[in-house]
Ligand binder design. Sequence first.
Ligand SMILES: *Cc1c(COP(=O)(O)O)cnc(C)c1O
Length: 367
Amino acid sequence: NLGRACLSDRALAAARGVSQGYSTLEYDLTAGERGQRYAHVEPLLCRLTGAEAAMVVNNNAAAVLLILSALTAGGEVITSRGELVEIGGSFRMPDVMAACGAVLREVGSTNKTRLSDYANAISEQTRALLKVHTSNYRIVGFTESVSPAALAELGRSRSIPVIEDLGSGCLVDLAPLGLRDEPTVQASVKAGVDVLSFSGDKLLGGPQAGIIVGKRHCIDLLKRHPLARALRVDKLTLAALEATLQAYADGTALQEIPVLSMLAQTPEELRQQAESLCRRMGGIGVTVEVVSTENPVGGGAVPTQTLPSFAVAVAPRDSAAALEAQLRQRPVPIIVRIAHDRCLLDMRTLFPADLDEILQAFRETAS
Ligand SMILES: *Cc1c(COP(=O)(O)O)cnc(C)c1O
């Protein structure tokens, strides 16, 4: 809720460069004539994800809107009852489908949906099979869902396109960072899903964008749809996205992209940073202590898991609520969490450049 992903230095530089002067966004240098808006970013997306074709729209909500409008309007879309997601801001899958002119055909139950449920619901009216990643909730316990590979296989055998809304759009396996069950885009492409969409500014760590990858004949239909023009992205977004993706291609994403480098910080690194900040704050007379914390990922990703971290806990002179409000209303707002009547500054999400601002704030609130 603090502006989604923070951009990498490379993405910022690219956005700045492209916005200052002229750009070849829609100019083909080889042919010397008008070119394709997605010519720069599409090959990179295809290389990273293994897909045949790609395009980019305003956000993932727009991507879902375009995909359903172009591929399913006037027909039925088969979806599991366990995946009728609301992502917030009243974007609910059943409502989006209605707005696109498609009829939702729910199958299975809240906790269990089998391949046969989809297969039995296929009719003359079926335009697509839709899988939605339950990005911000999990159904646990007595559950069953159909894998992208199994759904893709069914779609292929019945000549019906399979669509997947992946939500966060992770391009790296997060398991080594201690986060399980966040699917990668590459895995769904490899599984044979025809059209996939995901956000640019969640786990991908780039600018606000909705990225669509998949089979060429499907993506071509999307590119030609009238909504594509209405939902298109500007040159700043494309430049920042290309630079963000380039970090993945270079193998430096975990170092360069803030959301990933924050997730990748080890508890030991975070503890050392917390101790250092604690000493500096103690030096200006604030009552502080290093405490261990658990970090949820947030931003509609990995909803049931946390990462171990460390925070500096500040004991308020008055009340934690009063201190929290005071910090929040500064010219550069500092947003803290309250636990056990203390204000917590969690090290995982602090940039080194933030530390001076924090010390200054506490110098002023102390006086
Ligand atoms: C976040 C999310 C969206 C919307 O993405 P935006 O980029 O915020 O528009 C759509 N579907 C799922 C499953 C999501 O998690």
